[in-house]
Design a protein around this ligand. Structure first.
Ligand code: HEC
Ligand code: HEC
Ligand code: HEC
Ligand code: HEC
Length: 401
């Protein structure tokens, strides 16, 4: 072969490779979120938001309803959660629920019109607890959801079943061979990595300490093992993916554990973890007796909530559109019962005795994603307990497995 042909051949291959690389290229942008340096850059792809813009459209809110006249409890026979609303507010809420959860089937997804007072359909019984849950989130978990709040649409997005739920890992996910090798096949519950598949059970159902750093030297009671480290990283990746952000949306990579140099969003996330645990334990677990078998996971457990159930890939669900401004019906008045079945839900933890310095001193940057909210995001006034670093280490009674 002549040298000329070889050169042309090599050039052609080079061109194909370059075109291939260009085709796979996606533009990225960087937002500086803190002091300059290595630790605080959000990197994102504008193309990602085209998809997100579609998911985050909220149906046009109905006009406000009159608050006078007889209450729903007076007007109807079998209303237990929304009894405090006026008849007009109640009708508005039913119409909205239909649009948020069952636009295709309509009222008969839960009722057998014209009979509305029967509780025969399981969907209606579940919906009653969901209404109570939504009010509980909006009333008791404002450290997380602020004044923005949630509606059924935040999770359901026009579907009877939310797109993002999780189940406990089964023996299969965990892998029979894994126990010996500690390697696992990638699963969605582990952000498609080979990290432990069951971190969500440990952290979003149980309350295992989310820790990597020990507070004491090894061999002297430090239980923050390699196992905890691996599980913590799994959870962190699941959280990042749920919100469509990098780690430094919440942390300064210089020191992961330090609250002093973390962003205010890490505090919001800290409350979010506690809120999710509460919802899974007080609302989802008891639904086991109500949900039909086809709704349960491979191991027979109930579908459970995590960050993506609401966030679905953006740092604020629905870009922070103010739900409570449009739907005051979904806040529980002080006079109303806490829960339909009389159980008292978990409330956010008490303010810590010693937290990090005022979060308002933090010099952080701009919001990465678009936000439709008119009000500034609420920064909780009570930071999480840094004091619990050592307390949590000491309290870890569970022997590492
Ligand atoms: C996703 C389930 C769901 C859908 C869809 C739904 N409802 Fe309801 N409905 C409920 C629940 C739950 C209650 C009971 C609320 C409570 O106990 O506070 C209820 C109660 C009612 C009642 C009171 C009945 C009585 O006498 O006790 C009426 C009337 C009603 N709904 C009408 C409607 C209409 C009209 C629609 C369609 C526009 C509709 N609902 C759509 C779940 C639903
Ligand atoms: C925080 C997220 C969240 C919110 C808010 C929420 N839901 Fe749900 N809902 C869920 C999850 C998770 C399930 C279980 C999904 C599954 O079976 O996979 C569920 C299931 C249901 C079901 C049973 C559907 C079926 O076909 O089995 C109904 C009905 C329902 N929700 C109604 C409502 C109504 C009405 C509201 C608003 C008042 C609401 N939900 C608010 C998360 C939510
Ligand atoms: C949405 C906010 C958020 C994002 C994004 C996030 N984290 Fe975290 N991270 C937290 C919170 C909150 C805690 C403390 C959890 C607790 O104590 O309950 C934490 C704890 C940790 C810890 C344990 C520190 C200790 O005390 O030992 C490490 C390590 C960590 N994160 C690493 C990461 C990594 C790596 C990423 C990216 C893959 C990441 N985080 C993404 C909020 C976040
Ligand atoms: C019930 C729905 C829901 C769930 C579940 C949920 N969040 Fe949120 N989250 C919200 C809402 C609503 C906001 C907006 C609050 C506001 O505007 O002040 C928010 C805001 C945040 C913010 C602040 C974002 C910003 O730009 O300031 C962070 C961080 C966050 N959530 C992390 C998490 C993490 C981590 C989890 C899972 C452990 C989680 N959330 C679970 C509803 C939820």
């Amino acid at each position: 072969m002549s040298p000329f042909r070889v050169i042309v051949g090599v050039l052609c291959i080079g061109l194909v490779v370059i075109i291939g690389l260009l085709a796979g290229y996606q533009r990225t942008e960087v937002v500086q979120r803190g002091y300059r340096g290595l630790g605080m850059n959000q990197i994102y792809r504008p193309s990602y938001f085209e998809k997100e813009d579609v998911i985050n459209k909220f149906p046009k809110p109905l006009g406000p309803a009159k608050t006078d006249g007889p209450t729903a409890a007076e007007a109807y026979e079998n209303v237990h959660v929304l009894g405090d609303l006026s008849k007009a507010q109640f009708a508005r809420t039913m119409l909205s629920i239909k649009a948020w959860v069952a636009p295709d089937v309509g009222c008969n997804f839960c009722h057998a019109a014209p009979i509305y007072n029967s509780d025969e359909k399981y969907t209606k019984r579940v919906a009653r607890r969901m209404i109570a849950m939504t009010r509980h989130i909006n009333t008791d978990w404002t450290q997380h959801v602020g004044k923005t709040g949630v509606t059924c649409y935040t999770c359901h997005r026009g579907q009877p079943v939310p797109a993002k739920v999780w189940f406990e890992a089964t023996e299969r996910d965990d892998g029979l061979m894994q126990r010996r090798t500690l390697q696992r096949p990638p699963t969605p519950a582990a952000a498609d990595t080979a990290l432990p598949a069951d971190s969500l059970t440990e952290y979003l159902l149980h309350d295992d300490p989310i820790r990597v750093d020990g507070t004491t030297p090894l061999q002297s009671g430090n239980r923050n093992s390699v196992q905890h480290a691996r599980q913590t990283y799994t959870l962190m990746m699941v959280m990042s993916e749920s919100l469509g952000v990098n780690c430094d949306f919440c942390h300064n990579m210089r020191a992961w554990a330090s609250w002093e140099i973390s962003t205010p969003q890490r505090v919001t996330a800290w409350y979010g973890i506690r809120m999710v645990r509460d919802l899974n334990n007080t609302v989802m677990e008891p639904l086991k007796s109500e949900l039909p078998p086809e709704r349960l996971g491979p191991g027979g457990d109930v579908p459970k909530i995590y960050c993506a159930t609401c966030h679905q890939g953006s740092n604020k669900p629905l870009y922070g559109q103010p739900m409570l401004k449009y739907y005051p019906e979904l806040v529980r008045p002080a006079s109303a019962p806490v829960n339909p079945d009389g159980t008292v839900p978990n409330l956010p933890p008490d303010p810590p005795e010693a937290g990090p310095p005022s979060l308002n001193d933090w010099g952080g940057g701009t919001d990465v994603q678009k936000t439709a909210a008119t009000e500034a995001p609420a920064v909780p006034s009570t930071p999480p307990p840094t004091a619990s670093l050592s307390a949590a280490a000491a309290a870890t009674a569970r022997v590492n497995h």
